[in-house]
Design a protein around this ligand. Structure first.
Ligand SMILES: Cc1cc2nc3c(=O)[nH]c(=O)nc-3n(C[C@H](O)[C@H](O)[C@H](O)COP(=O)(O)OP(=O)(O)OC[C@H]3O[C@@H](n4cnc5c(N)ncnc54)[C@H](O)[C@@H]3O)c2cc1C
Length: 507
């Protein structure tokens, strides 16, 4: 389509990248970014950019990617529990300071000829343009005041985003048990002298530590110093005695944003304004920048605005919703993380990698043979196969069976095994156990989503009530069942033939 003037609301990663791509595609178009903040006072610490995202950015705009990679810091991932460490190599994962990311994107936007206006809060309606790209973030006023059907779901857990003034060698996931409960950090380096510390906890622990009152007492433009000082002690080992630095740091609940539609008239939403995905899959920046690529491609391909916006949504929505579903499972896993601290660190790493059903066990075995090898040995009491392709069958040989004795069948499938319906299943299982049940058989629909949820529910019952638990699933989903066994979600699995012809893990 033809474009003379385009306005971008919001100078975050989504808005800045869209502005540059738009200007490169339409050199004669006047492209203006309106950002309420000042370029030197952006908030936040580091964000991660994974290999897949880098490949997409390389195809869309190699110049920008080159500078982002140069400003970032590559790191591996480690999990540390009870003095033991499991390490996963990750050749292309980088952490980059949000300030650096935005500086690079601003520079490239200006180089392409985009005008940047800072320091005034604007509304989509007041901007004079053929199209308005609303990239105004998770609290988007455009979404809230427009006909987009926006909905927000808040997570149960609480998180706090802060940093420290030295660079960790690797990304680290470390839980620490305190007198108030468990706190977990996901920390990673993002520059020569800085690391992000993202810290999570559950509501009960948060209240017991008195953080409900410290949150309330912290003004919006300040940091919750009481929490930071407490957490400095909790994570003293990971921090090597250094301080935690806040930047408008306070406890928050993650908000998952969904919309019925992403466009109305001349206005189109992108990035966090349109959708969010829990930070534990590190995808917010990726989604915002990939939206920018998809939107500009659609504008180039279609003859008019309505067709372009429709194409953008048709192309992007399935990818976004798939990631939102992975993020939902990942969020539930992290929110229930303390219940898994009894697992040896290698099995915990397998549980982490398979938490959302996105990394098959055999693929993980191929890239991290030492971690998976140790986990298989812990699971079966003897060494597993050297060939990663043989891992799934080997695990299933050790963990397939119907269990003996008096098993109680559970066929409920709540979407969230940790919600009220999940609580009711656990209460019923506990009563059955007290009445002499010797274990539980989890059965239900053959679809993949239902099986993954069944494995989560089985894990909850196994941990909170006792086992053995047996999970039934279609033979086509053997990878998920094998990962469930090694991760301690179930004691045994039963394979059934799937008459509906379940297509397997890639479905
Ligand atoms: C704890 C945490 C950790 C995260 N970690 C990662 C990670 O590891 N990897 C990752 O990819 N993502 C991560 N994210 C997510 C990431 O920060 C966001 O998803 C990403 O910044 C979204 O980009 P955006 O451009 O859509 O919105 P934003 O970055 O939020 O930018 C929106 C911009 O719009 C401006 N604005 C808003 N309203 C107006 C207005 N009315 N007028 C003018 N300007 C306005 C704001 O000032 C802001 O600059 C994390 C998020 C959180 C909360």
């Amino acid at each position: 389509m033809q474009l003379r003037r385009a306005a971008v609301l919001g100078g975050g990663p989504g808005g800045l990248y869209a502005a540059r791509l738009l200007k490169l595609a339409y050199p004669a178009c006047d492209v203006v970014v309106h950002e309420q903040g000042d370029p030197d006072t952006t908030f936040g610490f580091g964000v991660g950019l994974a290999a897949g995202t880098q490949r997409k950015l390389a195809a869309a705009d190699p110049d920008t990617l080159r500078d982002l990679v140069a400003a970032g810091r590559r790191h591996d991932m480690t999990m540390r529990v009870g003095g033991r460490v499991a390490r996963v190599r990750n050749d292309r994962l980088i952490g980059i300071a949000r300030t650096e990311l935005l500086a690079v994107l601003r520079q490239h936007a200006e180089k392409a000829g985009v005008r940047l206006e800072f320091g005034a809060r604007r509304t989509a309606d007041e901007l004079d343009a053929d199209i308005v790209l609303a990239a105004d973030g998770v609290s988007s006023a455009t979404r809230e005041s427009g006909p987009f059907g926006g909905r927000i779901e808040s997570g149960r857990g609480l998180y706090l985003w802060c940093g420290t003034d030295f660079a960790l060698t690797d990304a680290v996931f470390a839980p620490v048990r305190t007198e108030h409960g468990v706190f977990v950090t996901h920390a990673y380096p993002y520059s020569g002298g800085r690391s992000t510390f993202l810290i999570e906890t559950d509501e009960d622990t948060w209240r017991r530590a008195g953080f409900d009152s410290s949150t309330e007492a912290t003004p919006v433009d300040a940091s919750d110093e009481k929490s930071l000082r407490y957490l400095e002690n909790v994570f003293a080992e990971q921090l090597r005695g250094r301080r935690l630095i806040g930047n408008r740091t306070r406890w928050l609940r993650f908000r998952t944003v969904r919309c019925d539609t992403w466009s109305a008239g001349r206005t189109v939403l992108l990035g966090d304004a349109a959708h969010t995905a829990h930070f534990s899959i590190g995808s917010g920046t990726k989604l915002a920048m990939e939206d920018a690529i998809g939107l500009v491609e659609a504008l180039r391909e279609e003859p008019d605005r309505a067709a372009a916006f429709a194409r953008y949504e048709t192309v992007r929505r399935p990818a976004v919703e798939r990631l939102q579903e992975l993020a939902r499972r990942s969020r539930l896993w992290w929110e229930s993380f303390p219940s898994r601290l009894h697992l040896p660190v290698e099995r915990l790493m397998v549980a982490y990698m398979s938490r959302a059903g996105n990394v098959p066990l055999d693929r993980f075995a191929a890239t991290s043979p030492d971690v998976v090898g140790a986990a298989l040995e812990q699971f079966a009491g003897g060494p597993g196969p050297a060939d990663p392709a043989a891992v799934t069958d080997w695990v299933l040989r050790h963990g397939t069976g119907r269990g003996g004795g008096n098993l109680v069948t559970i066929d409920e499938a709540p979407t969230d095994p940790w919600d009220g319906t999940g609580d009711a299943v656990v209460a019923r299982a506990r009563r059955a156990f007290d009445d002499g049940a010797e274990g539980f058989l989890f059965t239900g629909p053959p679809g993949r989503s239902a099986l993954l949820t069944r494995l989560d529910l089985a894990e909850r019952v196994r941990t909170e009530v006792g086992g053995p638990v047996v999970v039934e699933g279609p033979a086509a989903l053997r990878d998920d069942l094998a990962a469930g066994l090694v991760s301690g979600r179930t004691d045994l699995v039963t394979l059934v033939n799937d008459p509906a012809g379940n297509p397997g893990r890639n479905s």
